[in-house]
Design a protein around this ligand. Sequence first.
Ligand code: PGA
Length: 255
Amino acid sequence: MRAPLIAANWKMHMTREPAGRLAGDIVRGLAGLDGVQVVLCPPATALDVVARVLAGTPILLGAQTMHWETQGAYTGELSPPMLVDAGCRAVILGHSERRRYFGETDDGVGKKVRAALAHRLVPIACVGERLEEREAGSTDAVVVRQVRAAVAGSDAEALSSLVVAYEPVWAIGTGRHATGREADRVAALIRRTLAESAGPVAGRVRILYGGSVTPGNIGEFLEQPEIDGALVGGASLDAQAFIAIARAACRAGSP
Ligand code: PGA
């Protein structure tokens, strides 16, 4: 049984003060909630503020990206030990915005996944096809390629903590989401692809859907057998919306 996971990707939003307030509102709104793992990924400058708000709660702190090296001459980058030191337990890797605007490659995402696992950070590896790839009928080929690269060279047993977020690029921030059935079909493909490298451990990997998730559509994703939660962008900036999404996952996860 895979525990549902709801992750908030705040992207490049919020300075420290509003970030701390939003985290506080979410902590209060989710107090006592059991059966769903929640991760908040604020921008790097707000990690310490949010870490303080989350201390002593079951909500985990995550970062939005990192470098794969431990230290070195990589101006502007943050390393896995730096994120651990800041209180992070998880990190989003290979988000489509990182791939699109900052040149991240499949190979680089694989290095980052290996580095995250080595430092006991939960990698949330993002995959998903662009609109033109979908229209060309290459969704499956793109997703399989991205998943294989993300787990290349990783120890199979260590991959049990991996989280894969299926985020069709055309659904991110557009208000247009995949149907639950389509997302589930791709999630099943992701799990089969993981099984090629990781064997039975693939059954423990959590697969999230991401792309215009709201309180109104989260149910459609959570009822799918291969989908274990969501990576939420826009709606995670609204405490009430995010709380509603996490609560829905808690209900879906309870027997
Ligand atoms: P969105 O973003 O929920 O605003 O579509 C999701 C994401 O980019 O992770």
